[in-house]
Design a protein around this ligand. Structure first.
Ligand code: EPZ
Length: 423
């Protein structure tokens, strides 16, 4: 098992280029299952455990892939296995993304129900509702979703999501492009990762209206082709790196970004006292002498993202005053708080709100990662804690951050990755 050993007290400063988005890569990779024609070339795909897990699933289904640098080539010509096994789906919930494309292309898909998640229930009822609205018959037996399209073809329909769901919107889009007839989606997720999926599907030959909005219209029955595509940047990695600069009193420029997609997060950094300057594809953050407590409420895009909630809490431990951090997407996404408190933070949890009392000096000790963004918040805290912080079970971190210690060390951090055994 790996741990990160962090010597705190060093400023994070300099400039760096953002990686490609994990959460945009996954639906794009799934969408390559929609056509067996030729080979896709996907650029700016981050080298992450989740990407590796997903390509293993595609291999299991019969696809062929090569991954060099950050370019992933995929051919789904020989895909015929329509079953996504528990062992792979349980490793990564986003494996559910194969449901839509497999059902649309083959008229049948069997996908294991995803396992549990560290921060509470993450149902998939909206994914199944969307498939049923497109005519699918769905049964759940022995832990598997078995979905079939009558006569092998889905039919266009109207999908009205009661709540915004990134994954269910992605599955609905990928199913609708091959359905017969037109599909409309109301209350679609408008996250940049879904906007990027729409652009990808349109480049493949689909007709989609409303890209980037919560109302989408998809003409079905189109002919799709394999394409070359450049993935969008990872706005959560970028936000995490900006938080690393802010928590250590550093100054950081991130290149290869689209500031427009980070408006809610940048606004909060400004409220917290940072100065933010942007160009068309860069963001520069300068830290203040003192951080100011700043409340955030995590909601669907374009609001402050839930995937930045844990990192924001870590930052607010160093801010003057009391900050209220509310998560309206995942009400139980607070496993990082007991670990942050072990470092000396003073944070209370009231239902789906964390109350962060600051500033609190932190002192290094061993802390345990529990999920991807929780582990990021522990790394941020370790950067500012006095002495040595050891973040255990960094396999959580490796799922969503590409070479995070290398990047932070290039910006002034002192982090080493070491093996260890758990009792
Ligand atoms: C995506 O997960 C992201 N993952 C998550 O990022 C992110 O936190 C989440 O969207 C919200 O932005 C990927 O893109 C791979 P949802 P997803 O469906 O699609 C409820 C990370 O750290 N819901 O938008 O699974 C759900 O419980 C990860 O990179 C249902 O009730 O999230 C939640 O409360 C963690 N029924 C809300 O909707 C469903 O069928 C939003 O979930 C589906 C979701």
């Amino acid at each position: 098992m790996d741990k990160l050993v962090i010597r705190g007290g060093r400023r994070i400063s300099g400039s760096i280029t953002a990686s490609g988005s994990k959460n945009a890569s996954l639906p794009i990779i799934a969408a390559t299952l929609l056509t067996g024609e030729s080979t896709f070339t996907l650029h700016q795909i981050p080298d992450l455990v989740d990407i590796t897990t997903f390509t293993h699933l595609l291999h299991h289904l019969g696809a062929e892939t090569t991954f060099e640098g950050n370019t992933l080539k995929i051919s789904s010509k020989n895909v015929e296995n329509i079953q996504a096994p528990y062992e792979l789906v349980n490793k990564m919930r986003a494996s559910i993304y194969v449901l839509g494309p497999m059902l649309a292309r083959f008229g049948h898909a069997r996908v294991s129900l995803p396992g549990g998640c560290a921060f509470g229930p993450r149902p998939i009822d909206l994914h199944l509702m969307a498939m049923e609205k497109l005519g699918a018959k769905i049964t759940i037996e022995t832990g598997f979703i078995d979905a079939t399209a009558p006569n092998g073809k889905l039919q266009g329909g109207h999908i009205d999501f009661p709540i915004s769901s990134v994954g269910a919107t992605g599955n609905a889009l990928m199913a609708a492009v091959l359905a017969e007839g037109t599909t409309t989606i109301s209350n679609a997720a408008a996250e940049p990762e879904i906007e990027t999926l729409c652009k990808f599907l349109i480049a493949m030959g689909a007709t989609i209206r409303g890209t980037g909005t919560t109302e989408l219209e998809i003409e079905g029955g189109c002919t799709l082709k394999a394409i070359e595509f450049y993935n969008v940047f990872d706005r959560i990695e970028a936000g995490t790196l900006l938080a690393a600069a802010a928590i250590t009193g550093g100054d950081l420029t991130i290149n290869g970004v689209e500031p427009e997609q980070m408006k809610a997060v940048l606004k909060k950094f400004v409220h917290a006292g940072c100065s933010i300057a942007t160009t068309e594809n860069s963001i520069t953050l300068k830290s203040p002498e003192k951080l100011v407590s700043t409340d955030v409420t995590a909601k669907p895009y374009p609001s402050f993202p839930t995937d930045m909630q844990a990192q924001w809490i870590a930052l607010m431990t160093q801010a003057e005053g009391t900050s209220h951090v509310t998560d309206k997407v995942y009400h139980e996404r607070f496993n990082h708080i007991p670990e942050l408190n072990r470092l000396g933070a003073h944070i209370e949890i009231h239902k789906n709100q964390a109350v962060v009392h600051g500033p609190q000096p932190l002192s290094g000790t061993k802390v345990m990662s529990t999920d991807l963004r929780a582990s990021a918040s522990l790394v941020l805290a370790g950067l500012v804690a006095e002495g040595i912080t050891e973040v255990l079970r960094v396999y959580h971190l490796d799922r969503g951050y590409e070479k995070i210690e290398t990047k932070l060390n290039s910006l002034g951090a002192d982090i080493s990755r070491e093996k260890y055994n758990e009792f």
